[in-house]
Design a protein around this ligand. Structure first.
Ligand code: GLA
Length: 728
């Protein structure tokens, strides 16, 4: 008993008193339509008071809590802006630590905040939180983009304790949202099956979206998601939040419907096998978590995000792109210099801007004649290319096209000279059998020597081939047997790998700031806004069957602008060349076909289509995208791109159901036009020898087209119809 009393006494004298604030403080982050309102209470807890449509009068935000009669928050931190664990918290934390003295508790209280105007409608709020007991702090950053209603949020964690602190969890963001019900749209996939969507009502407890794959992290699941509030949002109605982690490695997003019926979203690097030892005065900077909120359905949310991506995130998001001919499916590994020279001539004949040489051009001791050998040995194969790459670059220039090349510099085949020379550069367990993904392993990018090597692969290509104009950067393997021969602390491996990758990409971009690069990962295994800062476009999927692509590109388009989607015409699928080309034009057009196998009319179609594409590509890339007919809901798909001025647009329409009598029975309602203006609609990209079935002499008001609609006349004999709409 005496002991217990003594214990209590010790506790009392050790409690640190926190000076209270005279009154609550409200910190609103406002964008065009929304407000994320933070509150500092008198005990200096920082919470999320509100996230939703903004109010005209900032003083009224303080009245919001009294309008809700939910059960009690016993902890005072259920709505924390960044939930610390080990003190009062009872729900999923954003951060979990073990202090230098072995103690596991953390409590974060507001100290100060700073708001900066960064220009171009961008502001940045930073809020410093400190533990009253330990020398431990977290600074929360909110970068808000006014016009686009987008917020990027991240945290910087730091301490000044006597020795190292272990971070067990270190989220980027922690949201707290109120609604009557929450509907999650999430994505899953596999090779050739990217972006399969599922929508379900969130039930109490935690729903986790995550990846532990290390590289090719999106293979089974990307970090992008949507949450509709109160009811599932449609294209034009309902409140919907879009979220994504800007990170290319392991991620984890927990969506917790808590006991009070509020939704808590905590997203960040997946701390799986990644406890991080933070030295005193070292900054741990989390990646950004990105979100936007729309009250006019999914269409408006995606137009905001696409606009944001082009203006602020994707490399050269507002600049031109190159159309191309790729040789992957035309030759696979079976080519030589003369075959490639023919393909370069075909590039010119087709009328695209660039020839892209894919996998198979390198390695000598273990030639890259299949995916079983050679990866890592980046010298041109002497048998296939006796005169190196340079002669092909010249041949391209002689044909007035540009030249690009495929690399996969993060990866290695065990059958390679690189493996023989540097087995310690390979990610593998020292005492366990190797396990391969596509016959390959991953290089240890946490090792600065490996970073130098990867940088040099790219740098050598440019220094040796001055006119090299494009890179396709692939990443086919996931990480098995995660272990680095270089790192002392294996728990840092996944994080240091990504730091290494971003270091290399930064170095490449500081030397080669504008060269277009395609982000590929055996398809869409690595599509995220962390990587798109360094890349101009991504490869959505190896599945280029145009019917499949209509669905896949549709889903990608919720989160990514068309300019970033590399769509190639290939021989996948049973559709005619017109259908295949039209689908590929809804993004950044490319071809991966044997041009000389095309019939005369098919070739003529492609050549004309490329010319037409060049005349409207600016609208597809930079205009506003409107989803008109959802292929998952009916027999046709219809997608429109309209320019900012609402004076010109292009509308793609497809038959997606082959059953008898299917087609565009009803008119398709257009969107994004000026109601009072008059428009003319013509059919473009007609197959040689065919005539349009629409009446091109008629003109229509924007009001008519948006209220009644227009029938593209899609049916079994007209499975793909491209329309041009112009204000008169
Ligand atoms: C991956 C890519 C393909 C192609 C091959 C080459 O699968 O997704 O486009 O580049 O690698 O091996």
């Amino acid at each position: 008993m005496r002991f217990a009393l003594k214990g209590l006494w010790t506790l009392v004298i050790c409690v640190v008193s926190i000076p209270v604030l005279a009154q609550e403080q409200i910190i609103p982050i406002t964008t065009a339509e929304n407000a994320m309102v933070l509150k500092v209470d008198q005990q200096k807890n920082l919470s999320i008071l509100y996230y939703g449509r903004k109010l005209g009068n900032n003083n009224e935000y303080a009245l919001i809590p009294q309008a809700y009669k939910q059960t009690s928050d016993y902890t005072e931190v259920a709505d924390a802006a960044y939930t610390a664990s080990g003190s009062r918290n009872l729900l999923e934390p954003a951060i979990t630590v073990t202090h230098a003295d072995g103690n596991n508790s953390l409590d974060l209280r507001y100290v100060q905040h700073e708001q900066k105007d960064l220009g171009s409608g961008v502001s940045q709020l930073s809020i410093l939180l400190k533990d009253p007991v330990y020398h431990f702090q977290v600074t929360l950053f909110y970068k808000s983009y006014f016009k686009q209603d987008v917020i990027e949020q991240w945290a910087v964690i730091r301490h000044a304790e006597k020795s190292n602190v272990t971070l067990h969890k270190y989220a980027s963001a922690n949201l707290h949202i109120k609604a009557k019900s929450f509907w999650l749209t999430q994505y899953h996939g596999d090779w050739a099956k990217e972006m399969q969507s599922e929508t379900s009502r969130l039930t109490h407890g935690i729903k986790t979206l995550d990846s532990k794959l290390g590289t090719r992290a999106n293979l089974f699941q990307p970090s992008v998601f949507m949450v509709s509030l109160d009811q599932p949002a449609t294209e034009d109605e309902g409140t919907v939040l879009y979220g994504a982690l800007e990170y290319s490695g392991n991620f984890k997003t927990d969506l917790e419907l808590d006991y009070q019926n509020n939704l808590r979203i905590i997203s960040g690097i997946n701390s799986y096998a990644s406890a991080y030892t933070l030295k005193p005065n070292e900054d741990f900077v989390t990646p950004g978590f990105l979100y936007t909120l729309s009250h006019e359905g999914k269409g408006s949310a995606s137009r905001k995000l696409q606009d944001w991506a082009r203006n602020f995130k994707v490399l050269d998001g507002k600049k031109d792109r190159l159309t191309l001919l790729n040789n992957w499916e035309a030759t696979y590994f079976d080519f030589d210099e003369s075959k490639l020279k023919e393909l370069i001539k075909d590039t010119r004949k087709l009328g695209v801007d660039l020839f892209l040489l894919d996998d198979g051009w390198f390695a000598n001791k273990y030639p890259r004649n299949g995916d079983v050998a050679g990866l890592g040995d980046w010298e041109p194969n002497k048998k296939k290319l006796p005169n190196g790459i340079g002669t092909l670059v010249k041949e391209a220039a002689n044909n007035q096209v540009k030249f690009g090349i495929w690399i996969e510099p993060e990866m290695i085949n065990p059958k390679s000279e690189l493996y023989e020379q540097h087995p310690d550069w390979v990610v593998k367990q020292p005492q366990r059998a190797e396990h391969y993904f596509r016959n390959q392993l991953v290089l240890d990018l946490s090792n600065p020597k490996v970073q130098d090597f990867v940088f040099k692969v790219v740098d050598d290509l440019f220094t040796q081939n001055g006119e090299l104009a494009y890179i396709k950067w692939d990443c086919n393997a996931v990480i098995y047997n995660a272990h680095s021969a270089y790192l002392k602390n294996q728990s840092h491996f996944y994080i240091e790998y990504m730091r290494g990758l971003y270091n290399v990409l930064k170095r490449i971009r500081s030397k080669y700031p504008t060269v277009p690069m395609m982000l590929c990962s055996g398809g869409g295994g690595r599509v995220d806004y962390g990587a798109l800062e360094y890349f101009t476009e991504f490869w959505p999927s190896d599945n280029t069957d145009p019917l499949e692509r209509i669905f896949m590109q549709w889903e990608y388009s919720y989160f990514y602008p068309a300019i970033t989607s590399a769509n190639h015409v290939t021989d996948w699928g049973k559709q005619p060349i017109k259908f295949r080309t039209d689908v590929a034009m809804m993004g950044k057009l490319g071809f991966d076909i044997v041009v000389k196998h095309l019939s005369e009319k098919d070739l003529q179609y492609c050549q004309n289509a490329i010319k037409q594409y060049n005349s409207f590509k600016d609208i597809v890339w930079f205009g506003k995208q409107y989803r008109l007919a959802n292929p998952t809901e009916g027999d046709i798909a219809s997608m429109a791109y309209i320019n900012e001025e609402k004076s010109k647009g292009v509308i793609f329409n497809y038959l997606v159901n082959n059953r008898y009598g299917t087609g565009s029975i009803y008119p398709v309602r257009l969107k994004g036009l000026e109601p009072t203006a008059r428009y003319k609609i013509t059919e473009i990209c007609l197959y040689p020898g065919t005539k349009t079935s629409i009446d091109e002499s008629q003109t229509y008001s924007g009001e008519f087209l948006m209220t009644i609609g227009f029938n593209p006349v899609v049916h079994a004999q007209r499975t793909s119809v491209v329309l041009n709409i112009e204000k008169i």
